[in-house]
Design a protein around this ligand. Structure first.
Ligand code: HEC
Length: 142
């Protein structure tokens, strides 16, 4: 019985260790931005033809992605293989503001993309990218 309990405890600890790697979880979530932003950027620049439906689909994916990474920044996860700056935890209100601005921009982009006016789409896309840059400037190491 004791052995079995120990075994169960070990399994529990092992599964918690996997679940408790917020640094790689947030990096995975952030990496998912790249192909989506990349494909949108090409359309906005005219490298690939602007396709309203395709762009709207990407914009809606981006909006969904903008909900994900932030849950993986628990207190104490600023050490190790991470580019996260300590300001994330020392200035939580500013950090939350950067998240809110970003989510507001992706939500707006999603809406504008559904309407499909290219000039408005370009502006909403630039505004969104600006929220990525602003947050990286304040909260990510170079
Ligand atoms: C609210 C702040 C914030 C916003 C908004 C934000 N990022 Fe980041 N991003 C970070 C932080 C902090 C890191 C560093 C994470 C780490 O190393 O632990 C990061 C890292 C990354 C990485 C590197 C992931 C890796 O593999 O190490 C990519 C790519 C990235 N962001 C893309 C984007 C894109 C594209 C956007 C906008 C669509 C965006 N980010 C918006 C804060 C933000």
């Amino acid at each position: 019985m004791k052995k079995m309990l120990l075994g169960m405890a070990a399994t529990l600890i092992a599964s918690q260790a996997i679940a408790a790697d917020p640094i790689s979880q947030r990096k995975d979530a952030l990496k998912q931005y790249k192909p989506v932003i990349g494909a949108m950027g090409k359309m906005v620049k005219g490298d690939t033809p602007y396709n309203k439906d395709e762009f709207a689909k990407l914009a809606s994916q981006l909006e969904a992605l903008s909900q994900k990474p932030w849950q993986y920044f628990p207190a104490g996860s600023g050490v190790g293989k991470t580019d996260a700056r300590p300001e994330i935890w020392s200035k939580p209100a500013d950090w939350q503001k950067a998240i809110d601005n970003h989510q507001a921009a992706t939500a707006n982009l999603k809406q504008v993309a559904q309407a499909g006016d290219l000039a408005a789409v370009k502006k909403a896309f630039a505004d969104t990218q600006q929220t990525c840059k602003a947050c990286h400037k304040d909260f990510r190491k170079d």
